[in-house]
Design a protein around this ligand. Structure first.
Ligand code: HEM
Length: 213
């Protein structure tokens, strides 16, 4: 990126824009809810919407580091963690709507539903892998865990394929959207392999793929 462009990107309040972008879908859901515009099955509609938005935000978080490494878009690192946390927040909401609102936290019913809908297992595994990352995302935890923090945060690379598997598994008709996410996530993960990155981008040594900014 040119020095003029770099100076301009420094002036943009990226973190506030990321917060705004993440808040808009939630606001739309609230407005639609108040206007009774959530289809005839509002619980299902909210489950689908929160799942979709959560996935988009998590993929966006995954894209930040490759964008910096390949295109020099360093500004993306300033809101990478925010995107991940907002994505996790939507998925926590997605889970709460499904388990609390839809199934009334009835453990028997939840167990039966999981047997009928095995895609829920992949989603739950992704959520459980993301949970420690969300908890330890603060600077305090990063300091406390030291080198182990990076290792722990590599769980993101396992959680994302599981999240896409969850989506692909549940779709009955048009497989193209989950396939597009699968290809996107695969490319973003492959770009973390230095040999692959060198094929596509400048030889930038020492790009830390898990570092906090
Ligand atoms: C990182 C974790 C997760 C991601 C990224 C995710 C994402 C998604 C996406 C994208 C959809 C489909 C939306 C659509 O078709 O428009 C979906 C549907 C669904 N998810 Fe998840 N999900 C996750 C975790 C979970 C968990 C933990 C549960 C429950 C324990 C869950 C339960 C469901 C259910 C029941 C549906 C289908 C609703 C229906 O077809 O009626 N998901 N999820």
């Amino acid at each position: 990126m040119s020095s003029v462009a770099t100076a301009m990107t420094r002036r943009v309040p990226w973190r506030a824009l990321a917060a705004l972008a993440a808040a808009i879908p939630l606001a739309v859901m609230l407005v639609d809810g108040l206007r009774e515009g959530l289809t005839v099955n509002p619980i299902q509609e909210l489950t689908l919407r929160t799942g979709k938005v959560g996935l988009v935000l998590l993929v966006a978080a995954l894209a930040c580091t490759p964008l910096n490494a390949l295109l020099g878009w360093r500004f993306t690192l300033s809101f990478r963690r925010d995107l991940g946390l907002y994505g996790f927040g939507y998925i926590a909401l997605h889970l709460a709507i499904f388990a609390l609102v839809d199934l009334g936290l009835d453990l028997d019913l939840i167990a039966r539903t999981v047997l009928q809908k095995p895609f829920v297992i992949a989603g739950s595994a992704a959520f459980l892998l993301l949970l420690p990352l969300a908890i330890t995302s603060t600077r305090g935890w990063q300091r406390r865990l030291g080198r182990r923090w990076k290792g722990l945060h590599r769980l993101f690379y396992i959680a994302m394929p599981l999240a896409v598997l969850h989506y692909a598994w549940l779709v009955k008709a048009d497989l193209r959207p989950p396939l597009a996410y699968a290809v996107g996530v695969a490319v973003l993960l492959l770009l973390r392999v230095s040999a692959v990155r060198r094929l596509f981008g400048p030889r930038r040594r020492g790009v830390d793929y898990t570092a906090r900014t």
